[in-house]
Design a protein. Structure first.
Length: 183
């Protein structure tokens, strides 16, 4: 069955045995027991921010079509078996300091999502934990295969540009700082 140029397949819910359709590209082969939604409605949090965080975490690690898949599932980042279901994740989150203004952060960005590698952090704390290039304000953007140079000042980030090499990005950032008297 096709809907909006995406392939859907019939799948049996492991909980209530109802047969439902699911996008084929999002059916995780490592954990094929996708629920029809019956498990979601039982905890009553399916519209909560915490539930969206859990869904996004799993989707970027398993769904090839997700815009961030290359940076997560595409490089081997996965979600532990314990967190394949929302209830254990919710219980961990509430015991470990979840607050509505925090985001989930992996302590080691080369390891997956699991209770021993995750914490709740502010956006600023998460920014400090990003994949390091060795140069402040210079990052490699794998999607466009370019180096991104930026500068942060008074909490505002300004993009200087995208460059073919890391050295060009560093040089452009340094010139920007000199020209704008930013020490």
């Amino acid at each position: 069955m096709r809907k909006q140029h995406r392939t859907y397949v019939l799948h049996e819910c492991p909980f209530c045995k109802k047969v439902f359709s699911v996008r084929k590209d999002c059916l995780n082969k490592k954990n094929p027991q996708e629920s029809c939604g019956c498990i979601v409605t039982k905890h009553g949090m399916y519209k909560s921010r915490l539930y969206r965080i859990w869904c996004d975490m799993r989707t970027r690690c398993t769904c090839i079509k997700h815009r961030s898949y290359e940076r997560y599932g595409g490089r081997g980042i996965s979600v532990c078996s314990e967190w394949q279901w929302f209830i254990p994740f919710m219980e961990w989150a509430l015991v470990n300091g979840y607050k509505p203004h925090l985001t989930i952060d992996r302590r080691d960005n080369n390891k997956g999502y699991s209770p021993d590698n995750c914490r709740w952090a502010t956006y600023s704390e998460q920014e400090l934990n990003k994949k390091k290039t060795g140069e402040e304000g210079v990052s490699f953007i794998s999607k466009c295969k370019r180096w991104w140079s930026r500068i942060k000042r008074n909490g505002k980030s300004t993009t200087i540009g995208y460059f073919k090499t890391k050295e060009e990005a560093i040089k452009a950032r340094l010139e920007y700082r000199i020209n704008n008297n930013i020490l």
